[in-house]
Design a protein around this ligand. Structure first.
Ligand SMILES: N=c1c2ncn([C@@H]3O[C@H](COP(=O)(O)OP(=O)(O)OP(=O)(O)O)[C@@H](O)[C@H]3O)c2ncn1[C@@H]1O[C@H](COP(=O)(O)O)[C@@H](O)[C@H]1O
Length: 105
């Protein structure tokens, strides 16, 4: 999964300064962070609606939209995907330690 996201991160980075008329990502960068954040929020709400409607195919599509717009938001904010993945790895390590401690008490 992270390879797919890494490829997407590279494509998104390559759109910085590109023609907003020919690239959706460039058009988001040109509109600025509030617009990107709003798109992310809209896609998150649409994801919630699809999940509550128990519509699996719609949920898949909306989840992809959420991940894509999150990636654009991270790029605009200068936060590398590797930082996010490292944070998830760190939490996995912490929860592993807590789980182990729970088993020994
Ligand atoms: N994964 C995506 C992706 N997911 C969704 N979208 C676009 O996100 C938009 C969301 O749809 P909406 O109807 O909500 O938005 P809209 O009405 O077009 O835009 P607004 O007026 O609401 O801002 C659509 O235009 C989709 O085409 C994406 N656009 C691009 N990508 C990836 O980004 C790469 C670069 O794209 P370009 O920058 O267009 O070359 C592509 O190769 C893809 O891999």
């Amino acid at each position: 999964m992270s390879e797919t996201l890494e490829r997407l991160e590279a494509v998104i980075a390559s759109r910085r300064g590109a023609d907003p008329g020919s690239s959706y990502v460039a058009s988001l960068f040109a509109k600025g962070r509030p617009k990107i954040a709003r798109k992310f929020g809209e896609e998150a709400v649409e994801t919630i609606v699809a999940a509550l409607a128990e519509d699996g195919p719609a949920l898949t599509g909306e989840a992809a939209d959420v991940l894509f717009h999150l990636m654009v938001l991270l790029a605009d904010a200068g936060v590398p995907l590797s930082d996010v993945l490292a944070e998830l790895d760190r939490r996995e390590g912490v929860s592993g330690i807590i789980e182990k401690a729970g088993r020994t008490t």
